[in-house]
Design a protein around this ligand. Structure first.
Ligand code: TXA
Ligand code: MG
Length: 310
């Protein structure tokens, strides 16, 4: 089949769709970077079927991370573990840790169980753009460049995995994501958050401008922003958590959830950003979600979407 021949296939996961290739085949891995137009300093996550399989690609498995794996895999958690030489350096961009996760999606889990190699898979979007949460999103941008998209329906979580590793005895969260910090802390105690951006970040997906729509994306208090721009006669769309404005045409507004449910908001976020990006409007106004639970990861993505692109 395609993956065994070194070709790429888009795969569904519970977080976002991935652009998958044989992680042990440097040519397949190079094709992933090429197809995504991803800089080679930004390493890839490998996907495996089980904790035992993950352990075969690492030279150690610190106890706190093993505990997290046993509770949250399969699920939206990626662990940074010391790699063995089985993993090509291109996968990790030369870093000595490899990012590994067991995704929770029945089709992809079955696929991983049937393969003799792990799948390297970044989100199936051009570098820097919004991650895809439906097969249609993948098709819209990468359809012409890959031989197959495995249709697993819309992603249930809708935000990328939470990335966790250790430095000394500390458990560090490098990327906020679909697994909440509170859930992680309930297993391993207090963690440190190290998700600030820099030009040489530990997890380069944390470049400040990322997950970004093409249209200008302005984040703030909608009660002030909407009247301000409406009075200037501008055409804009609104991405809100719950806010609804009578000053904006209804078709230009997307509310992420009805009753304040953060899970629902997370699952809707990227599709909503894409829909607004495709509308005939000049820019997008948005507001933050409440800053707890999944709201923290939603807000992280909203802030990156609004970061200045130079
Ligand atoms: O939910 C997800 O994690 C999705 C699905 C497809 O699994 N994948 C995903 O991959 O979001 P990607 O490549 O878009 O983001 C992976 C992030 C990047 O920010 C990358 O820098 C970081 O993981 N990463 C990968 N390997 C790493 C490593 N060895 N050390 C530090 N960061 C790493
Ligand atoms: Mg990505």
């Amino acid at each position: 089949m395609l993956l065994e021949k070194g070709q790429l296939v888009a795969i569904p996961t519970e977080t976002v769709y991935g652009l998958a290739g044989n992680a042990l085949d440097p040519m397949a891995v190079a094709a992933i970077f090429e197809t995504k137009k991803r800089p080679s300093f930004d390493p890839l996550i490998i996907h495996v079927a089980s904790i035992d399989e993950a352990a075969t690609y690492c030279s150690g498995f610190p106890e706190p991370l093993r505990k997290l794996a046993s509770v949250f895999w399969p699920g939206p958690l990626t662990l940074l573990l010391p790699k063995t030489s089985k993993i090509p350096d291109l996968v990790t961009s030369g870093l000595d840790r490899v990012a590994i996760r067991v995704p929770s999606h029945p089709q992809t889990l079955a696929l991983l169980q049937s393969l003799k190699f792990p799948l390297a898979a970044p989100s199936a979007n051009p570098f820097g753009y919004i991650s895809p949460t439906t097969p249609e999103h993948v098709n819209a941008q990468l359809g012409g460049f890959i031989p197959m998209i495995l249709d697993g329906g819309p992603c249930k979580v809708g935000l990328e995995s939470t990335i966790v590793g250790m430095e000394g005895d500390d458990v560090i969260v490098y990327r906020l994501g679909g697994l909440e910090i509170d859930a992680i802390e309930s297993i391993v105690g207090k963690v440190k958050l190290q998700d600030h951006s820099s030009s040489n970040p530990q997890a380069p997906g944390l470049l400040e401008s990322h997950y970004a729509p093409a249209k200008p994306f302005i984040l703030g208090d909608l009660n002030k922003l909407i009247p301000l721009y409406a009075s200037q006669g501008k055409s804009f769309g609104v991405l809100s958590f719950q806010h609804f404005s009578s000053e904006v045409p209804i078709e230009n507004q997307i509310r992420l959830c009805q009753g304040g449910d953060l899970k629902e908001a997370a699952a809707n976020l990227f599709a909503a950003m894409r829909r607004l990006d495709s509308m005939n409007i000049e820019f997008i106004l948005a507001e933050l979600a409440p800053d707890y639970g999944l709201g923290k990861a939603i807000n992280d993505r909203l802030k990156r979407a609004s970061a200045n692109r130079g």
